[in-house]
Design a protein around this ligand. Structure first.
Ligand code: NAD
Length: 471
């Protein structure tokens, strides 16, 4: 049993004022593995006060000083890789492929931020004005459970790059991962008050941060419904907001696609992070001409996708994070059947060889139409809907017929043509042939998938305010 009894305020681990406790589970076994003591609004006040005290000195740092902080954080996180890997495997149950990406990525984001700082013009001349990019003020970050350490590190790295201080409220379901990460971040020796972390419920700690008058900026990653609540609350005090919300990403399979390449790419995009990914490509658009062939290949590929715990190197899909999330995915699988879609692979219940753990069967529905709820709502589990199109114009229409616009995919052999289709898709990012992004490009959503961008210079500017000094 691991008990997380402290939060992190003003450079020190401290016992929260809040006394409520929350159970932590291993989702692969359903066993309780610990408890976290949650913070409350009083803890938020203390954390914000510490961040506010530390802000003037942080605002006055040079880019070189901030780069040194970012490098120290990178090294501290890298040094803790084994423990982070273990915490994420036990408390989240991610497949080994996702673990192998996530842990080095958490260290790397500090390095990427340092490079952005070294290249970014914090002052420049525009006409007769000197334009100074100043840190926006004390920031808050609110993060979800599906990539806990990655989101904390990205938001912390950007705050430091911009020269501001931050209070972070991670998901209460990820407290062991957060604690392990905090032990690493503490080793980096940041000035007191630059980083503060308060565990707690969203409606308590998250809501207190969203309403706090001394918070100038909120960077939130999570569901669209929570994003809307935060935006409303933030409006009262004109907080700047970055919202990274949900998705229902289309994957447009073009007629010239080579299926030997496209099918594994489609499966990777749909089922990555066990389908618990805002960027998952959960609607596959296939032309009627190739429908039969694609369906047959997809059935084979997804039937081969094994669900299992992190300890199973062959597992491509891990458990859902909680019993609630398992139920939610089950309800959508039942809904797909009720709506008249055809179950190609998977279905309700657990995979045959797993009688416990919050595992679901990787599932594909065919004969889906874009008005069905399984095609419109974010399921956040390993469920792919296949939708047929007549021609590319219709494919683009279906792809864009959604409230979301986070990440879309195009698969095709003629790269120029695939890029042209990409230009017609309404999404903050379009990935052609599953090419991995390499750093500074912006990430964020159109429409209900969010407001603003993270990563690279666009992400940095979301923590800055331009000030023009004229004359
Ligand atoms: P969630 O919105 O329920 O929770 C996210 C965070 O917000 C948690 O820390 C939670 O405690 C907090 N929260 C909840 N209610 C709050 C409130 N009223 N005020 C302030 N904070 C509150 O989301 P989740 O279930 O943890 O995560 C899954 C969702 O996150 C999915 O919709 C997914 O698409 C989205 N997501 C988006 C991205 C992205 O980058 N766009 C990335 C990952 C996940």
């Amino acid at each position: 049993m691991k008990n997380v009894d402290q939060i992190y305020i003003d450079g020190a681990f401290t016992t929260p004022h809040g006394t409520e406790r929350f159970d932590l589970f291993n989702p692969a076994t359903e066993e309780k593995i610990g408890e976290v003591r949650l913070g409350d609004a009083e803890d938020v006040r203390a954390a914000v006060a510490a961040a506010k005290r530390a802000f003037p000195a942080m605002r006055g740092t040079t880019p070189a000083e901030r780069i040194a902080m970012l490098h120290a954080l990178r090294d501290a996180v890298a040094a803790k890789s084994a423990a982070l890997h273990e915490a994420m495997a036990t408390e989240y149950g991610a497949p080994q492929g996702f673990l192998a990406f996530s842990v080095p990525h958490a260290a790397q984001v500090f390095d990427t931020a340092a490079k952005i700082v070294s290249d970014y013009p914090f002052t420049r001349r525009m006409g007769n004005a000197e334009v100074i990019m100043e840190p926006v003020g004390v920031a808050a970050a609110i993060t979800p459970w599906n990539s806990n350490i990655g989101f904390i590190c990205t938001k912390l790295a950007t705050a430091i790059a911009a020269g501001t201080t931050i209070v972070i409220k991670p998901s209460e379901m990820s407290a062991i991962q957060t604690q392990t990460l905090l032990e690493a971040l503490h080793e980096a020796g940041l000035p007191r008050g630059v980083l503060n972390v308060v565990n707690g419920y969203g409606h308590v700690v998250g809501a207190a941060l969203s309403a706090h008058p001394d918070i100038a900026k909120i960077s939130f990653t999570g569901s669209t419904a929570t994003g809307r609540a935060i935006l409303r609350s933030a409006a009262e005090t004109f907080k700047r907001v970055t919202l990274e919300l949900g998705g229902k990403g289309p994957q447009v399979l073009l007629d010239d696609a080579d299926l030997d390449r496209a099918i594994p790419d489609i499966v990777a995009a749909a089922f990555r992070n066990s389908g618990q990914a805002c960027i998952a490509g959960t609607r596959l658009l296939v032309s009627r001409r190739r429908q039969a062939e694609v369906t047959a290949r997809l059935a084979e590929a997804v039937a081969d996708l094994r669900a299992g715990p992190s300890s199973d190197p062959q597992a491509g899909v891990g458990p859902m994070v909680s019993a609630k999330q398992w139920e939610r995915v089950q309800s959508y699988i039942r809904l797909g059947q009720e709506e008249g879609a055809t179950l190609l692979v998977g279905g309700p219940g657990r995979p045959r060889d797993l009688d416990h753990g919050w595992f679901v069967r990787p599932t594909v529905f065919t004969d889906v139409t874009n008005d069905m709820r399984i095609a419109r709502e974010e399921i956040f589990g390993p469920v792919l809907s296949v939708i047929a199109y007549e021609d590319e114009a219709e494919a683009i229409t279906i792809a864009n017929d959604t409230d979301y616009g986070l990440q879309s995919y195009v698969h095709g052999s003629d790269l120029e043509h695939a890029r042209d289709v990409a230009r017609h898709l309404e999404a903050g990012r379009v990935v052609v042939n599953e090419t991995p992004a390499d750093g500074p490009a912006p990430f964020g959503g159109f429409k209900h998938s969010g407001i603003g961008r993270e990563f690279g210079p666009f992400g940095l500017e979301a923590f800055l305010e331009p000030k023009a000094v004229v004359g």
